[in-house]
Design a protein around this ligand. Sequence first.
Ligand code: UT7
Length: 338
Amino acid sequence: MKPSTTTSASAILGVGHHVPSKVVTNHDLAKLMNTSDEWIVQRSGIKERRFIEHSGIGASDLAVPASNMALEHAGLSAGDVDAIVFATLSPDHNFPGSGCFLGDKLGLPGVPALDVRNQCSGFLYGLSIADAWVRAGVYRHVLLVGSEVHSTGIELTDRGRDVAVLFGDGAGAAIIGPATRPGQGIRSIELHADGSGAKELWVEAPASAYAPRLTAEMLVEGKHFPAMNGKQVFRWATEKMPEVSRAVLARAELTAAEVDLFVPHQANLRINQLVCQKLGIPEAKTVANIEKYGNTTAATIPLGLSEAWREGRCGAGSHVLMAAFGSGFTWGGAVVTL
Ligand code: UT7
């Protein structure tokens, strides 16, 4: 561990991403359940998503290439990582956390690894932790990952179709460390949760609240698959994402017009179109890759930022707004100058 000696601003020094090679189109899903390309595109904007190629690939496996890409982008190597923060709702195993598996795969014995369980807002919760650690001088370089394998946990049948068509597998990573240029840095972060909505989007079992945690009946009833009240989540998301975006912009003393790139969580293209309308941010300045990847929950923001950075849609000095809403309910926003 190399503790930081400064209390300067923290910044995103590099980003990376990785998605599995297996493309699953809406037409492929329509062979498994009563759905259609038309319904999925109209309701969500999704055309295809990625699924892991075979059993045995966990969230930590997808995180390895994403982390290496982020390290290379930052001009660092694995040995420079002082701490890992791993955001996921689909950990490789119930415990230990995926951060431990990732640390081992990157060859980082002794480096602390913290898992964050905040679903679609997980990356922003992790960003807040990494930012505080770097600014306080606790750790110098934090590897922050959002990675998900959904395909092994969704019900690819008529019963599960409302949720199954939305999710995909993927990973994104960022290196958080001390800012190196004037003006660069994480300018504001705001996080929220409201557990009154906990059961509107959840996986009920296995559950420590039940003895036994999982029964054959629960499996038959599909309690181990995600269940969602889509309309309720939609309503909350379209209210809370603009609200938290305005709050973080105000704290960063920036206007919506000064945002160079908006990276919203990718749960539904229609949600993000409404959010952009409410904020007055043009869609041309907004990341939209849900068409290709579906909803990769904790991975959507780093994945979207990594693609946009590589496409030249942002770079040193760009003001980037991020916002997410999801299961918990949890939501958050951040403004970062790259
Ligand atoms: O990242 C986590 C946060 N998640 C979200 O933000 C998701 C928020 N919610 C949504 O994005 C939307 O609510 C959905 C895309 C999930 C659903 O869109 P909707 O316009 O709210 O549709 P609905 O749930 O009201 O369903 C409309 C109809 C229903 O049939 P009836 O009752 O009208 O006969 C559903 O049974 O569509 C049916 N349906 C489907 N049809 C074809 C539900 N899923 C499917 C499907 N294919 N996959």
